[in-house]
Design a protein around this ligand. Structure first.
Ligand code: COA
Length: 323
């Protein structure tokens, strides 16, 4: 039986920052509203780099930290809802940009749960003996999907990429997971819709490329579903809440995290929050946070870390990882 272990985490975030006050100059909002409702004060926006550029730069950081050459990477999984193209995939673009000539590369779409779903997918390939290692990345340039006339969404999201290098190990690593989806509620958070118009099916072209969201519905979903997912995970793993050293939630909203913490009776001190600096970077938010903690020495060898993502689909995923 094989396990997969995280050998290194890394991230790359565009340098350019936009504060809440900056946004209030182009849309009817203010710092007090945004920060009190979401905990977000700034976000980083790309000034031209696309999703694969961010992902490739994150990949280079991860491989450097892991001490692994690009040609030795066997699998690349990129989670993204803001790819450069419909095809080629972000992962194939990353493969080319970093020179991972021997890797198999594909993308998965699970929105803000994407990094957890990506780790889970790579874990199965490693556990089954198909591949010995994998690069799993969440990368987003959400700014290209934001309607800067919609104050209900444009203030919440940001751009960035992060990920992890997994390798085969005698011991886990990835200990346990709980994932789920509820497609019936999927239309409460959408982006990138286009209807079918072609010479055989005429009609009005109808494109909804921007992120559109029922904020209340998503808030309600997250605060109900995440605690249940974490409870299911803890039960499957046969551990207690006290055994968890650190919780890295998807960085969508500080109020959501506070409610989740209260319901799970986990002290807020165990949660790592950085949405103040980055906003919601969807699939990239958890690995950006892991990388920041790693750089600050906040994750020690042997720590049991709970990561939990939730978002469009609707999807959710929680995972216990021994570092
Ligand atoms: N600045 C100022 N006012 C704003 C605003 C902004 N950026 N966005 C909305 N408002 C206004 C609304 O127009 C509304 O005004 P009205 O009462 O005059 O109609 C008022 O604020 C309340 O809006 P509402 O949408 O009810 O606010 P809310 O308390 O539900 O908070 C969210 C909105 C989006 C912050 C909240 O619902 C949320 O965080 N949801 C989860 C979103 C999320 O995390 N999505 C990603 C998941 S991966």
């Amino acid at each position: 039986m094989f396990y997969s272990k995280i050998k290194a985490v890394g991230a790359y975030v565009p340098e350019y920052t936009v504060t809440n006050d900056d946004l209030s100059k182009i849309v009817d909002t203010n710092d007090e509203w945004i920060s009190s409702r979401s905990g977000i004060r700034r976000r980083h926006f790309s000034k031209g780099e696309n999703t694969s550029d961010l992902a490739a730069k994150a990949a280079e950081v991860i491989l450097k930290k892991a001490g692994v050459k690009a040609e030795d990477v066997e699998l690349i999984v990129v989670a993204s809802v803001s790819p450069d193209y419909a095809t080629p995939s972000v992962s194939c673009l990353v493969q080319s940009k970093i020179g991972a000539v021997n890797a198999v590369a594909f993308d998965i779409g699970a929105a803000c749960s994407g990094f957890v779903f990506g780790l889970s997918t790579a874990d199965k390939f490693i556990k089954s003996g198909v591949y010995k290692n994998a690069l799993v990345i969440g990368s987003e340039v959400l700014s290209k999907y934001l309607d800067f006339e919609d104050r209900g969404t444009c203030v919440l999201f940001g751009d960035g990429a992060g990920g992890a290098f997994l390798e085969r190990s005698e011991e886990g690593g990835i200990l346990s997971e709980d994932m789920g989806s509820d497609g019936a509620r999927g239309l409460s958070l959408t982006s990138g819709f286009r209807n079918v118009v072609n010479p055989y099916c005429e009609g009005e072209r109808f494109i909804h490329s921007y992120i559109e969201m029922d904020g209340r519905e998503i808030f309600d979903f997250a605060t109900r579903t995440v605690p249940k997912s974490v409870e299911a995970l803890i039960e499957k793993a046969g551990i207690s809440v006290e055994d968890i050293d650190i919780v890295v939630p998807h960085q969508a909203n500080a109020r959501i995290v506070q409610i989740v913490a209260r319901k799970l009776k986990i002290p807020m001190e165990k949660f790592y929050l950085n949405m103040e600096e980055y906003g919601n970077t969807s699939s990239a938010s958890i690995p950006i946070a892991l990388n920041e903690m790693d750089n600050k020495g906040l994750i020690k060898k042997g720590d049991t870390v709970l990561i939990t993502g939730f978002g469009a689909g609707l999807t959710w995923g929680s995972m216990l990882i021994k570092f």
